[in-house]
Design a protein around this ligand. Structure first.
Ligand code: NAP
Length: 258
């Protein structure tokens, strides 16, 4: 089935992980994809891999001028997917405020800036997809900034859906659980983290970028044309149980052996 022949799509944070899988999945739907990323070289390599009809751009979601340049340069568009994000780990009582702000700046303020400028260029029938997180609803000790940012992003998604709906633009979010990507490689290398996550799922495995990309394609397709303001949990059923004790596993790793 071809869900998007000839449509124009911008994938912010598209050079890696979930964004790259989404870019490939949308390209398979015959979309013309622009991969935009902080990692400009990575974006250019990925766009070349997709082939003719696709392009790359450098962007930093924390810099409004750069986001405006991106969307003004692309012009009218049908699909925008915002995958830029990162986390840090630290207890609230120990965390420098600058570390908290840095995560909020990318994951929430950056998402606002992308929503603002993508929203100005999306055509009627267009679709904006944010990548929120299981941590938008499930708290994790040591991840205060990320959890707060993603909870805010889930609500930003709903407000944007209300504001843009009358123009025929749909705004939704995907909230992944633990997905193996470069972002989670360090956490996955801590003994017990992935096992703890998997133990607390219904389906018994961690996710792949492709699991999330399939949902992104659906949210951008005509098949979801009556769906907006939704935050779609894709996590193997982890929202039914509890988040892994990431901080506990890190602390145990750092304990001196007796
Ligand atoms: P990833 O592999 O690290 O990809 C994220 C991409 O975003 C990277 O190419 C990164 O560039 C780029 N980026 C970071 N800061 C940016 C900025 N300021 N402006 C523009 N681009 C920026 O991570 P991922 O796992 O695919 O994560 C994608 C999204 O899914 C994130 O929002 C993340 O919070 C969310 N998510 C991930 C998981 C998971 O388990 N992986 C779970 C829930 C939600 P650099 O490499 O140069 O930093």
């Amino acid at each position: 089935m071809n869900n998007g022949s000839g449509r124009t799509a911008v994938i912010v944070g598209g050079a890696s992980g979930i964004g790259w899988a989404s870019a490939q999945a949308l390209a398979r739907q015959d979309c013309h994809v622009t991969i935009a990323d902080l990692n400009a070289d990575g974006a250019a390599e990925r766009a070349a891999e997709l082939g003719p009809g696709h392009s790359a751009a450098a962007v930093d979601v924390t810099d409004e001028d750069s986001v405006q340049r991106l969307f003004d340069g692309v012009g009218p568009l049908d699909i925008a997917v915002n995958c830029a994000g990162f986390s840090n780990v630290g207890l609230i009582t120990e965390m420098p405020a600058a570390d908290f702000r840095a995560v909020i700046d990318v994951c929430l303020n950056g998402a606002f800036i992308v929503t603002k400028h993508a929203g100005r260029h999306l055509r009627p029938g267009g679709s904006l997809v944010q990548i929120s997180s299981l941590n938008g609803r499930q708290p994790a000790a040591g991840m205060s900034a990320y959890c707060a940012a993603k909870a805010g992003l889930s609500m930003l998604t709903q407000v944007a859906a209300l504001e843009m709906g009358p123009r025929g633009i749909r705004v939704n979010a995907v909230a992944p659980g633990f997905v193996h990507t470069p972002l989670t490689a360090a956490a996955a290398s801590v003994p017990g983290v992935v096992e703890d996550y998997v133990d607390n799922t219904a389906l018994g495995r961690a996710g792949t970028p492709e699991d999330i990309a399939e949902a992104v394609v659906y949210l951008c397709s005509p098949g979801s044309s009556w769906l907006t303001g939704e935050v779609l949990d894709i996590n193997g059923g982890a929202h039914l149980k509890r988040y892994p004790d990431v901080m506990g596993h890190v602390m145990r790793l750092m304990e001196p052996s007796t």
